[in-house]
Design a protein around this ligand. Structure first.
Ligand code: HEM
Length: 266
């Protein structure tokens, strides 16, 4: 008769080997991650909880009647991003010295691989952005989106418009050819005719009593650092308020009456 042995108490029983060690389970880190059911995005999200913010920003309810005109703000944003990327490549070749600026732009246009294309994209992109920003402003105006509670976002929008125009104005001087030089002298003089701050703005832009070498450095710093930094901060605030407040329904849309109210009306 076989001798009966009492079963070992549970804590003393040998533990089963994890699948990764018994030769059948995943062995490489990639297989282990796949078996654990997490991808790169989950891995990052577990450590940062960024998906909550992304969901808050991207998955919003939008009003009935939303149409293509509502894409003009995003189109402006795309134009701005394109300007940023092409601008970075232009900055790799541009020399802001008054004696070398013109030649550096000529070299960039004629000799550098795809230089003419990138410069063209940046030059025409600035016009596109100005047109888009005006169209977007017109959309928000005609939809009455400047009214309560979006007044602050309208004011931020006005600052964005001024910054965008100053980006174009300061960028125009940088090739430092005859046209940009003389056109900017006229532009700075026009700024000087503004009420109250006009003369100060004039001096500030010229960076001295005369339009000259210091002016180019001033415009370059404004175009490359000050204005883009201010634009990024203001666009961030603008989009935060758009996500928080939602967009305005078209003025011709009427809210659906509740069924019980509809019955009363008939
Ligand atoms: C760099 C410039 C700008 C960018 C990137 C930008 C971007 C956006 C985006 C993406 C939206 C949400 C969707 C839409 O309505 O298109 C928006 C909404 C809005 N923007 Fe702009 N915007 C800019 C300039 C302006 C300007 C110049 C104004 C007015 C002076 C303005 C006023 C508004 C208002 C009031 C809203 C809310 C719209 C609503 O509630 O329906 N924005 N903007």
């Amino acid at each position: 008769m076989a001798k009966l042995t009492p079963p070992l108490p549970r804590p003393l029983r040998p533990k089963p080997k994890p699948p990764s060690e018994d030769g059948n389970g995943p062995t490489t880190p990639k297989e282990k991650v796949a078996e654990a059911g997490i991808g790169l995005v989950d891995w990052v999200d577990e450590r940062t909880a960024l998906s909550g913010g992304a969901r808050w920003l991207m998955f919003r309810k939008i009003p009935k009647g939303t149409n293509w005109f509502y894409t003009l703000g995003s189109a402006t944003l795309i134009a701005f991003l394109s300007q940023t990327v092409t601008g970075v490549f232009l900055a790799m070749y541009y020399d802001p010295s008054p004696t070398r600026a013109y030649d550096s732009v000529r070299h960039l246009t004629n000799d550098v691989f795809l230089g003419e294309l990138v410069r063209g994209m940046h030059k025409w992109g600035s016009t596109v952005m100005v047109i888009l920003v005006f169209l977007h402003m017109a959309r928000t105006f005609f939809w009455g989106a400047y009214k309560y509670p979006r007044e602050l976002n309208w004011v931020i929008g006005v600052v964005l418009l001024i910054l965008t125009l100053f980006m174009s104005f300061t960028g125009y001087l940088l090739p430092f050819d005859q046209r940009s030089y003389w056109a900017t002298i006229v532009g700075v003089a026009i700024n000087g005719t503004g009420p109250l701050i006009g003369p100060y703005l004039n001096d500030f832009l010229r960076a001295g009593p005369e339009f000259g070498a210091t002016t180019l450095a001033r415009f370059y710093a404004l175009h490359m650092l000050v204005l883009p930094g201010a634009l990024i901060a203001m666009i961030g605030a603008h989009l935060y308020l758009v996500a928080r407040q939602g967009t305005t329904a078209p003025p011709w849309m009427k809210a659906d009456a509740k069924p019980e109210l509809r019955q009363e009306a008939t």
